[in-house]
Design a protein around this ligand. Structure first.
Ligand code: FES
Length: 187
C-alpha cells in the first residue's frame, strides 16, 4: 500500500484527524525499505570505500545491505562480459566494484572474509569463493549471490531489492588463487 493510499484510508476511519495522521506517518516510516535490506542502501563515497579496501586488504561490509563490497578488476571485465549470470551486475563491474550478498549459497551461513587467503571462506561446511564471489571449493552449488549497484555523484548505493543469482561453478573471471593459508580447512 502506498503512503497516499494509507492516508486516504485512515482519513475515512474514526481515527481521522491528527491521531490518524500520526499513525499513518509512523506506519509508513516503519515499512519503508529506504536504506535498509530490501531497498536501496547508500554505502558511501566509492573512492573512500576502495581506498579503505586497499589499506585494510579486506572488503567493506555494509551492514544494512548485508553485503560485502570488493573491487572488480578491469582485467577480468572481458571474461565477465561472457557470463550470462553477470548481465544485471555488469555495470557495477565496469565501475570497478562488486557487491556480494553475505549469505552462503550452500545452506545460508554468513560467509566471512579470510585475510590470509584473500577469499571468502564459509565456516559451516567449507565453501570457498574468490574475491569477487566466484566459487573455488566446497559444496556450494554456485558463486555467491550479489546485488546491482549504482554510482551517482561519486556515491555508491546497493540495490538489495533483487538478489542476483551467483555465477555457475567454473566461472573464474579473475583467476585469483589463494594468497596464503586458508582460514577454514574443510572443503
Ligand atoms: Fe556455507 Fe554450507 S553453509 S558451506
Amino acid at each position: 500500500m502506498t503512503r497516499r493510499e494509507l492516508l486516504g484510508r485512515l482519513l475515512r476511519t474514526p481515527f481521522a484527524g491528527a491521531g490518524g495522521l500520526v499513525l499513518a506517518f509512523l506506519w509508513a516510516g516503519c515499512t519503508s525499505t529506504e536504506n535498509r535490506f530490501g531497498g536501496v542502501v547508500t554505502a558511501g563515497r566509492l573512492t573512500d570505500i576502495l581506498g579503505q579496501i586497499r589499506r585494510t586488504r579486506e572488503p567493506v561490509y555494509v551492514l544494512s545491505a548485508r553485503a560485502y563490497v570488493n573491487p572488480f578488476p578491469v582485467s577480468a571485465l572481458p571474461a565477465a562480459r561472457d557470463v550470462a549470470a553477470y548481465s544485471k551486475v555488469l555495470s557495477g563491474y565496469e565501475a570497478g566494484v562488486v557487491a556480494l550478498y553475505q549469505k552462503c549459497v550452500h545452506l545460508g551461513c554468513r560467509v566471512p572474509w579470510c585475510k590470509t587467503s584473500q577469499w571468502f571462506e564459509c565456516p559451516c561446511h567449507g565453501s570457498k569463493y574468490n574475491r569477487v564471489g566466484e566459487k573455488k571449493g566446497g559444496p556450494a552449488p554456485r558463486g555467491l549471490d550479489r546485488f546491482a549497484v549504482r554510482i551517482e555523484g561519486g556515491n555508491l548505493s546497493i540495490d538489495t531489492r533483487t538478489i542476483v543469482v551467483g555465477p555457475p561453478i567454473g566461472t573464474d573471471t579473475t583467476r585469483q588463487e589463494a594468497d596464503g593459508p586458508h582460514c577454514v580447512s574443510i572443503g
